[in-house]
Design a protein around this ligand. Structure first.
Ligand code: ARG
Length: 464
């Protein structure tokens, strides 16, 4: 097969060399974006009088036909034609004759591929934002049911202070809110048109870059033709935003895995999001959460991979840059898949309220209450901490918990202790009272849920 760029070559590469250089096996993912970009380019060339109206019409018609075929999966690509751009150009020429060759006037594959990826990421980022919204809805629904479900809060994975389970879930809601903001803000930079930058230097043809940008729904153009075809920072930004999102999902995965263990037994995952073991009949494994925790590594890898590909490249285009695509596609697939799974997993998981509550009763996570109790009565907090520390030690030696100690023993360590100390020690009260802004107190958590709902609604209807 004759190469579209074969003019200055006297011999062709062997097939396996061509295969090594080709990107069609993966950049066929950009088929619709490539057609869309070409249509806008053809329309612009026509508008600027570089193509005649008839030529422009023929080309756009041909591209529309290719689009229909693409949607019906009727296009078959050839590795000999290297990439999606050359494949489509050759198909167009087959479809409408030699006039198809005019489409590439005032354009290069370098600006073409950049446009395709901007269009692709713009679409995918919007999908990801929607999926984050759905996941946040699922977290909110669960949180609403569990404001008064108390559980141990941890630091260093040691019981620290009791908290509301809803408060724990809502922590993730706000992390996801920031993830979503990061993706939304990146759209500003993704939504710029590199089209018309040519190979690197612009073109002598009287093109109108603003016009093609507008047709493609971009808000403005890249200011510098070298920059437009050389940088992939918009992909790096997507990969970093995705890495941060995956890090959040991975932490929640880790918690889900712990909570589902027999040792914690705080939750039970639905059968539809768990798997069994081929040898141990009793097992119900949190595979999906484990897999998402694992897949976080691939997304980080894709980020580091592309950073490394780009770091030593002189301007402008270098073939190294073809390596930008697989990691991007893989990340889109991983992030969208993980978000969908998480939404279902959280919606269907059973919360073992009694077990969570039971576990806060049998620990020392109410020790701060005791110290606060004394501090409230004027004892300097450091001193109160010391007194309570000694009481905890005494309990540990006796094999009991703070609420098991008789009032006399409390009084012996400080005369300020009264009968109401038992109320303060009750973990339910301990949680209920923590109503500082953003705290785990029930009133605060209800407020946070209300606020979160307003946030989601406002975003969904675009009036924020
Ligand atoms: N397949 C190429 C890529 O993905 C398209 C751009 C090729 N440009 C070039 N000058 N060889 O990077």
């Amino acid at each position: 097969m004759k190469k579209l760029w074969g003019g200055r070559f006297t011999k062709s590469a062997e097939e396996w060399v061509d295969e090594f250089g080709a990107s069609i096996t993966f950049d066929k993912e950009l088929v619709l974006e490539d057609i869309e970009g070409s249509k806008a380019h053809a329309a612009m060339l026509t508008e600027c009088g570089i193509l005649t109206k008839d030529e422009g019409h023929l080309i756009i018609e041909g591209l529309n036909r290719l689009k229909e075929k693409a949607l019906k999966q009727e296009l078959s690509f050839s590795i000999k034609l290297e990439d999606i751009h050359l494949n489509l150009e050759s198909m167009l020429t087959e479809e409408i004759g030699p006039v198809g060759g005019k489409l590439h006037t005032a354009r290069s594959r370098n600006d073409q591929v950049a446009v395709d990826m901007h269009l692709y990421l713009r679409k995918q980022v919007l999908i990801i934002i929607d999926l984050i919204n759905e996941f946040q809805e699922a977290l909110l629904e669960k949180a609403e049911k569990h404001v008064e479900t108390i559980m141990p809060g941890y630091t260093h994975l040691q019981r620290a202070q009791p908290i509301s389970f809803a408060h724990h879930l809502m922590a993730y809601f706000w992390m996801l809110e920031r993830d979503k903001q990061r993706f939304s803000e990146s759209l500003k930079r993704i939504n710029k048109s590199p089209l018309g930058a040519g190979a690197l230097a612009g073109t002598t043809f009287p093109i109108d870059r603003e016009y093609s940008a507008e047709l493609l729904g971009f808000e403005g153009i890249y200011e510098n033709s070298l920059d437009a075809v050389s940088d992939r920072d918009f992909i790096l930004e997507f990969l970093s935003d995705s890495s941060i999102l995956m890090m959040h999902l991975s932490r929640l995965s880790e918690e889900i895995i712990l909570w589902a263990s027999q040792e914690f037994s705080f939750i039970e995952l639905d059968d539809s999001f768990s798997t069994g073991s081929s040898i141990m009949p009793q097992k119900k494994n949190p595979d999906m959460a484990e897999l998402i925790r694992g897949k976080t590594g691939r997304v980080y890898g894709n980020l580091i991979g592309l950073l490394t590909v780009l770091k030593g490249l002189p301007l402008a285009y270098n073939k190294d840059m073809q390596e930008d695509k697989e990691g991007m596609f893989d990340t889109v697939k991983t992030v969208t898949g993980s978000l969908k799974i998480f939404t279902g997993m959280i919606r269907t998981m059973k919360v073992n309220k009694e077990q969570m509550e039971q576990s806060v009763k049998n620990d020392f996570s109410n020790a701060t209450e005791l110290a606060d109790y004394l501090a409230d009565k004027g004892v300097p907090f450091r001193e109160a901490h010391e007194i309570v520390g000694k009481l905890v030690l005494s309990c540990v030696q006796k094999g009991c918990f703070l609420a098991d100690l008789p009032l006399e023993e409390f009084k012996a360590s400080s005369p300020l202790f009264e009968e109401d100390i038992y109320d303060a020690l009750n973990p339910y009260n301990a949680v209920k009272r923590r109503n500082s802004a953003g705290g785990t107190g029930f009133a605060e958590v209800y407020k946070a849920i209300d606020k979160a709902k307003k946030y989601l609604r406002a975003e969904n209807y675009g009036d924020q």
